[in-house]
Design a protein around this ligand. Sequence first.
Ligand code: ADP
Ligand code: MG
Length: 682
Amino acid sequence: MKGVGPSLARTLEKLDIHTVRDLLEYYPARYEDRTRLECVSRLRDGQYATLRLRVTDVDARQAARRRLNIIRVAAEDETGTLVLVFFNQSWLKERFVRLRGSEIIVYGQVRYGQFGSEMNAPDVEVLAEGDSDPWSYGRFVPVYRLTEGLTQTRMRQLLQRCVQQYVQDMPENLSTQLRSDLNLMDVVSAHRAIHWAQSEEENAAARRRLVFEEFLYLQVALAQMRHAEGEGLQGIAFKADPGALGALQRTLPFILTNAQKRVITEIWADMGRPHPMNRLVQGDVGSGKTVVALGAMLLASRNGYQSALMAPTEVLAEQHFFNVERLAEDLGLRVDVLFGSMPVKLKRNALASLEAGHTDILIGTHALVQEGVNFYRLGLVVVDEQHKFGVKQRAALRQKGENPDMLVMTATPIPRTLTMTVYGDLDISILDELPSGRKPVKTHHKPLQQRSRVYEGVRSILQKGGQAFVVCPLVSDSEKVMARAASDLAEDLQQNVFPEYRVGLLHGQMKRDEKQAAIEAFRAHTCDVLVATTVVEVGVDVPGANVIVVENAERYGLAQLHQLRGRVGRSDQQAFCVLLSDTTSEDSSQRMAVMESTNDGFQIAEQDLLIRGPGEFFGTKQSGLPAFKIADVIRDVPILEISRAKAAEIVASDPHLKKQEHRGIREVVARKYREQLLETVA
Ligand code: ADP
Ligand code: MG
């Protein structure tokens, strides 16, 4: 692009702008309403205002004591003088000296200062001589995210030129039919209006079109994945077994909840279809997902197929083995485990038994995906805590059988409105009921200075036969450092706080059997207090534990706190959660307040999303949520729904997007989502 030299190009690269298209798609972060110009005499303290002024005077001085360099620029209109103040930007002095007598547009917040009306570091734009329709006022003015070495004015000018020269070349990927059906603006007008916002209405229409388009690409990619992974493939049609639910219920020491029964039935119906199942079971911590998995595996086994149950950590896999084995045996199922760290001999036995078809359910970690693990007849794969697994691992497991059914279980309480964005390629079953008799965990936020009082409270619970988790403060990313911190804390608690009780330890650096022994001791109640790092975060199930103390709770996000709290309250006893923290930031006190006020994982997730915003909420790439340029996954859910329906229509009629009118969509989907699509097909 003319006027973009190597140095500007480098600056733009920092914003991930490499091409003219990237620049055109660099949508404003927000807009400022500058449709009305103010005059100086009418300014009110605190008001945001746009004014057209003439520069009259420049004064720069050093405030020696505070090492501050202050520039004051006087600028006036017919009604008075406004002082523009800039700190530590000494290079501006020259600029304003040159501007003496020129007209400028300023935008900023008004303050009454010692010299009358002032504006601190306003946006300033210079009006060319005789310029009657300046870019920077009289309209909604776009405000772009910037990076070092780039000013707002420069960016606006750049985009203005870019739009003028190139917007005409933006390819239209939405057919005329589609646009008229949904009343969408064309691509050229939309890009012009999104940068040039003439009116709020026009801008909203432009935004609607661009948001739709962005969602559409994602939804088409998801629909294609779904087609490639499911609808388009031949899978196993498991035969229904009317006696299975009764058999399952009879082996359980408790009554299945209605939600569990409903979800198991949904899964069985899906397993009966001749296409591979791709189903997500979403249930808050403690909602009883393991039993649901067992139900699915039971049907597979009654059809003569093997199941794999994959967990994110060895501790969890071990625990599933412990829980599932007892129940499964009563159902006549043979259960085995496989870990990376298992002694070779045991491993060899497990593999042989698997290959011979003696094993019905194999439980393990990532080790299950590895080469050399051969199933006799794999029919069902259950993945627990899916956020730790990517599409890639799912595909790898799938290859170990002939398109086995796939069940993914997650406690990550993603707000309902968002599940279809993130898991758009999966069907969803929701376990929205906790086993009856569960009492909400009572949660209290306490300052650190009350730590010893809190531990006295814990003691009184221990005296009544309770058990406590203590979560070690998150002091480091390093497992080693955390292990050290946890054992120090355990020792301190044992020596100085609970000498009369048995204090155990659980952290990521312990050997597998040490971890197992620690959990077993806690479960068997030969240990009263278990000090743990966040290994307890996911899934550890010890129903007797009824109090959890989280030290330095401000260091955890809401979702993590909710997970941690979910370790208690797993029986009909009243359980407690104490969040120890000296909160300083508004964020963390908000989080503590949310935790105190609700036990509902979905509500918490929704709050979390509001506090942190979707970018941070999903954080990792693994979450599968793409970075959107304009769409907002909270605000734009209605458009998301429309795009999802449209995408389903498109892919159903033209799965490989071969039609002329889908070519543009195919190209963008291929470019944006290639990686995900390849992984699926691979
Ligand atoms: P999660 O959904 O967090 O994985 P689990 O499957 O670990 O939950 O179950 C939590 C606890 O609740 C376990 O101790 C389990 O035995 C128990 N449980 C599961 N379903 C029921 C039920 N219907 N009634 C009573 N207890 C149940
Ligand atoms: Mg679980």
